[in-house]
Design a protein around this ligand. Structure first.
Ligand code: MYR
Length: 185
């Protein structure tokens, strides 16, 4: 039998991370499959995934702010960069890039370099119309709502639908000014 070489701490953590990531991917796949079984319309599955993501986003923003040490962003452009570079790294283990800004600086795209949610995934023809990763649009919408930004998040490109990338458009609809809780008098 070949001797078992001790692995360095980093190697152990890397392999635990990989197993966690695979478990997460497979669990997400099982959730989508169950929704497809339980709900009649693919559009309902899209809505349900978006709503689940929204509920997660509302909660994870606190963890994000606590762990990342990110301070308040000066504008929506900085917020988009923070989501792409810090948020995606923290919760999905990948980074994304930001582009396709409109002239007003209120609409942009977040483009994923890599998407672990779709590892091992192949969609049958019966799933046409499904936005398999719709949980992500909900997460972003929910998290931004907690920092006073109402957004609309839409898939523009989806590799599971034959596109060449995963691209989410994030449109800032309204920025609610945060009220200072005390009166100066
Ligand atoms: C601020 O308060 O100005 C900073 C706002 C940062 C919001 C970041 C929200 C993180 C969203 C994580 C998305 C992860 C998707 C997998």
């Amino acid at each position: 039998m070949a001797p078992v070489a001790p692995r360095s701490g980093d190697a152990v953590f890397a392999s635990v991370d990989r197993v966690n990531s695979e478990l997460f991917t497979l669990t997400y796949g099982a959730i989508v499959r169950q929704l497809l079984t339980d709900l009649e319309e693919v559009q309902e599955v899209n809505n349900q995934l978006d709503q689940m993501g929204y509920n997660m986003g509302v909660r994870l923003v606190d963890e994000f702010l606590a762990k990342s040490n990110v301070s308040r962003c000066v504008d929506f452009k900085e917020t988009a960069e923070v989501i792409a570079k810090v948020g995606f790294k923290m919760f999905l283990g990948v980074t994304a890039s930001v582009g396709n800004w409109d002239a007003e600086g209120t609409t942009c795209s977040i483009i994923l370099d890599d998407n672990p949610l779709v590892d091992f995934v192949e969609l049958p023809d019966t799933c046409q119309g499904l936005y398999y990763c719709n949980i992500l649009s909900g997460v972003i919408r929910g998290a931004l709502e907690m920092v006073s930004m109402k957004t609309e998040v839409t898939w523009m490109r989806d590799m599971l639908r034959g596109d060449d990338a995963f691209e989410l458009q994030v449109k800032l609809l309204k920025q609610v000014p945060e009220e200072y809780p005390y009166k100066d008098d």
